[in-house]
Design a protein around this ligand. Sequence first.
Ligand code: DAH
Length: 349
Amino acid sequence: MDLFDRINKLKEEGLDQIKQAENQKMLDKIRVELMGRKGELTKILHSMKDITPENRPKVGQEVNQVRDILQKQLDEAKDHFLQAVIAKKLEEEKIDVTLPGREGHLGSKHPINIILDDLESYFIGMGYEVVQGPEIETDHYCFEMMNLPKDHPARDMQATFYIDEEDLLRTQTSGDQARVLEKHDFSKGPLKMVGPGKVYRRDDDDATHSHQFQQMEGLVVDKNVTMSDLKGTLEMIAKHVFGQDRKTRLRPSYFPFTEPSVEMDVSCFNCNGKGCPICKYTGWIEVLGAGMVHPNVLENAGVDSTVYGGFAFGLGLDRFAILKYGISDIRDFYTNDVRFLEQFRKEEN
Ligand code: DAH
C-alpha cells in the first residue's frame, strides 16, 4: 500500500473510532492510540529518514493535516461528553420551587432558666451581685468554711461524688458564700450576692429526687442586719414568684452555717391554704431554707463577727419551677423532650 493510502486509511479509521466512542473514557483511550507517541501517525513521522527527500515535505504535511483533523474531532467529541455531564447534573439538581418550605424550629427557654433569669434580674434590681462558683468545689469551701467540719453529722445528707480527697461535685452553692466573704471589701459597702448553679448529691432518681439539681444561694452581710431584713426579703421573693396574695411563714430549722435557721413556707397557691394534694392537705408549701449567718462562717472568712452580721438563704430552682408550673416529675427537666420544653414558651419574657 502506498504511504498516502496508509495515511488516508488511518484518518478514516480514526474518525470512525471517534464517532463510536460512547464516553470520555473510551475517547481518552482512542486519543492515546491515534495521537500518542506509539501511535501509527507518530511512527510515520519517525520513519521520515526512509522516505525519499522530495516526498518528505508532502508526507509531513499530509500527516500533520490528518493529525489536525483528528484532533479537532477529538475536541468536539470531548466537548459533547462534557456538555452531556453538565446537562445531567443540572437535571438532577433541579430545584422544585413549588415545594413547600421547611419550617424553622425555634427552641424555647428551659423552665429552670426562666425562673433563674427572672430571679437574677429581680435581685440585681435590689442591688445584689450575681456570682458563679465552681461546680467542682473543694471540701474546704463546700463544708469546712461553712461550719461543717469533717465529722459533722449534717454531712451525711450531702454524700456526694468525690473526685479525690479534697475535690468534689458541690452538694450546695453555699460555698459561694465563703468565697465572696473572703474577698469582700466592707469599706466599700455591704455585701449582697446571689450565687446560682448546679449542685450534685448521691440520691435516688425518681419523680421528686435527682442526683443533680440547681440552687440559688443568697447572702447579705453588713452592720446591723436583722432577722426582719431576712423576713422581708424572703417574703418579697415568695410574692414575686408565687403571687402577691401569698402568705408566708417561717419555721425553726437547722443549718450548720446559720443561727438561728428557718425554713419558709408559702400558702398553697393551688387551694389558697384550704388543703389539696399539692400542699399535702397542710395549706402550706415549703420553699426554701435560710437563717442569720453563723459567726463561725464570718470568722472563717476573716470577717469580724462582732461588727458584721447578715442573713443567708438557699432555694432550689427546680423546686421553684416544679411548684410554679405544676410539674409532676423532676426528671422532665433533664431529659430534653421538646414536647415538655416547648410548653414553656409562653412563660418566656
Ligand atoms: N445549702 C442548703 C442545702 O443545700 C440550703 C441553704 C439553707 C442555704 C439555708 C443557705 C441557708 O444559705 O441559709 O440544703
